[in-house]
Write a protein that binds this ligand. Structure first.
Ligand code: SF4
Length: 360
């Protein structure tokens, strides 16, 4: 990877790699006559302690820090704006990529003192779910593994600076994009997140959310059986689901059902079902009944938790369900022996809630 940079009027070409390109850094350190432990000092500082610039890695001697930052950068993303919600429970970042594309990523405070990072995997999204602001943009390009992991490192660094002592509880792949349409990069980033020698997050602290990409579900079952799988279902009849999620035409409900049966058989893991609830469209009692029937046709209720996500306003024509409808839907699921939670909406005042990320 190469990129030109203007410095004091003359153009200097620097090697633009993130610290994830460890082989290149290792080679450079060797050529610079540095001892082997320097690489570990760098990886520990970045992956374990959230250093986002070489200046923060004070374990390195200053001349080395100055030399290395001329050649390498840690983050493959550049923050543009950082917005904090009024309640202080969500922070949204907009980031420039090196080709001037833009993405967004969110830090969410789901439990006291513990934050979740919601990462994006694509610039825009080709799936174009009708209620989603990201889908409106169509797909610009896939993110690289560096660009995905950089979102994690940026937020780890942010917490260290602005919320010292608070921890990252998990990472959710629920930002812009359909993760399984960028499978290779997502898989690489998961390896970095879970490698005990690098970031070392527990597999079960990570969730990957798909809209029902069947080949992706099948691959994921083999490659990452301990990482949580979330499936955005939203409806269990093909006609309605295809109007909400156009990918349903390619992978309709019977294929998703078979893939989930196989997933559960192979992994013995629970699946999280995401259900964006749209007022007057999929919030009725009969929708709740059909949802539980469909889930029971796939596997025993213990294998599912339904996360109801009341629609967050975007510039689309849909409206949020009433509080009463959400409650009635959730209560009926529980009565029918299906575990259900209602997702607390965080960050809607900064357009950082589910379905609102647009990267505009
Ligand atoms: S909801 Fe997810 S899959 Fe659907 S358009 Fe938005 S980002 Fe893409």
């Amino acid at each position: 990877m190469g990129s030109g940079q203007k410095r004091g009027g003359s153009k200097i070409y620097i090697l633009y790699v993130s610290v994830m390109d460890l082989k290149k850094i290792s080679l450079w350190l060797e050529e610079a006559g540095q001892p082997k432990f320097r690489l570990k000092q760098i990886t520990d500082a970045v992956y374990k302690k959230g250093a986002a610039t070489f200046d923060e890695i004070t374990a390195l001697p200053e001349p080395l820090r100055n030399a290395i930052k001329e050649k390498f950068r840690i983050l493959a993303i550049e923050p543009e704006t950082i917005l904090e919600s009024r309640a202080g429970d969500a922070v949204k970042g907009s980031f420039w990529l090196k080709d001037k594309q833009k993405i967004e990523s969110v830090l969410l405070n789901l439990f006291p003192g513990k934050w979740s990072i919601c990462v994006s995997t694509q610039v825009g999204c080709p799936v174009q779910c009708v209620f989603c602001a990201t889908g409106r943009r169509g797909l610009k390009r896939n993110l690289s593994p560096d660009e995905i992991v950089s979102q994690y490192i940026f937020w780890a660094n942010y917490l260290k600076k602005y919320r010292p002592g608070e921890k990252i509880g998990g990472v959710v792949y629920m930002g812009m994009g359909e993760p399984f349409l960028n499978y290779e990069a997502v898989a690489e980033s998961l390896k970095v997140l879970t490698d005990p020698g690098l970031i070392g997050l527990g597999d079960r602290h990570i969730s990957v959310s798909t809209v029902g990409h069947v080949p992706g579900i099948r691959r994921f079952a083999k490659d990452f059986p301990q990482v949580n799988l979330a499936v955005s279902l939203h409806a269990v009849d093909n006609e309605l689901r295809s109007t909400l999620v156009p990918l349903n035409d390619k992978y309709p409900l019977d294929q998703i059902s078979k893939a989930l049966k196989d997933y559960i058989y192979t992994t013995k893991r629970k699946v999280f079902i995401e259900y964006v609830m749209l007022g007057g469209i999929n919030d009725s009692q009969s929708c709740a009944r059909r949802l539980t029937d469909w889930l029971k046709s796939v596997a025993a209720p213990k294998y599912f938790t339904v996360n109801i996500i009341p629609y967050n306003q975007t510039d689309r024509e849909y409206k949020a369900p009433t509080k009463e409808r959400v409650e009635a839907f959730s209560n009926l699921l529980l009565t029918l022996n299906t575990s259900a939670t209602v997702r607390k909406s965080l960050g809607s005042d900064i357009a950082g809630a589910c379905g609102q990320l647009a990267g505009k």
